[in-house]
Unconditional design. Structure first.
Ligand SMILES: N[C@@H](CCC(=O)N[C@@H](CS)C(=O)NCC(=O)O)C(=O)O
Length: 247
């Protein structure tokens, strides 16, 4: 059944606004007509959103293959998708002849191969702060409230479980940001840490976490959300966003 659903995956052309944004900074690879990277993504997946923002910021033209994490028992469990990512999770990115999973590894690869604009600061101390915040979110918050973990928790406790994971992480993050933040998470440049922050705040909102105790997180999130790369990659504007959730 899941294998069947995989066969129905559709390659979806990227949102026209992303295409427009990409044209301005299209890298040499695209000009040489190399195959467009393919992003296996789910509109609501915060980890996929991190990568979508990186691709948009760096002006990388790509195709989306939606993997519905709910439909057909979860298309991430299909044989075809498991062959791509044995962890059965999105995102996965096919690029330059390889397939990469783990959002931070993908972002770091993009950074190393397409360095402009920079998502990791030049200064090693700031770079460490960016990685620290990214790991805090990607390793210390998101996995605890991920679908596969919530499925192990009795349904009536799932919301509180997710809220507790986010609150505990945000308590730490709010304190850390007070010493690292400028306009954004680390100084005044958009970095990988910001790519992790915005999708995690969206998860917090989805799980009805009260964000008033987190003024630094909230104000950085607000400043980032107005940037084009964050807007065009927003879950409400993806090729697989259901009609009722589109905005
Ligand atoms: N560490 C991975 C985590 C990926 C992950 O948790 N992806 C979620 C969506 S955000 C997923 O595919 N969940 C499917 C499931 O739990 O069955 C990354 O950063 O890419």
């Amino acid at each position: 059944m899941c294998g069947g659903s995989a066969r129905r995956w559709k390659r979806v052309a990227k949102d026209s606004s992303v295409t427009k944004a990409s044209r301005a900074h299209r890298p040499a690879a695209s000009k040489r007509r190399e195959p467009r990277p393919i992003l296996y993504s789910y509109f609501r997946s915060s980890c996929s959103w991190r990568v979508r923002i990186a691709l948009a910021l760096k002006g990388i033209d790509y195709e989306t293959v939606p993997i519905n994490l709910i439909k057909d028992g979860g298309q991430q469990f299909s044989k075809d998708f498991q062959a791509l990512n044995p962890m059965k999770q999105v995102p996965a990115l096919k690029i330059d002849g390889i397939t990469i999973h783990q959002s931070l590894a993908i972002i770091e690869y993009l950074e190393e191969t397409r360095p402009t604009p920079r998502l990791l600061p030049q200064d090693p101390k700031k770079r460490a702060s960016v990685r620290m915040i990214s790991d805090l979110i990607a390793g210390g918050i998101q996995p605890l409230q991920n679908l596969s973990v919530l499925k192990q928790v009795e349904e009536k406790f799932q919301l509180t479980w997710a809220q507790n994971a986010i609150i505990s992480g945000f308590n730490a993050l709010e304190q850390i940001l007070q010493s690292t933040a400028g306009t954004y998470c680390v100084g005044d440049e958009v970095t990988m840490a910001d790519l992790c922050l915005v999708p995690q705040v969206a998860n917090a909102e989805r799980f009805k976490v009260d964000c008033t105790p987190y003024p630094t997180i909230s104000s950085i999130n607000k400043r980032l959300l107005v940037l084009e790369a964050f807007q065009v990659t927003h879950p409400c504007r993806q090729p697989d966003t259901p009609t009722e959730l589109r905005a």
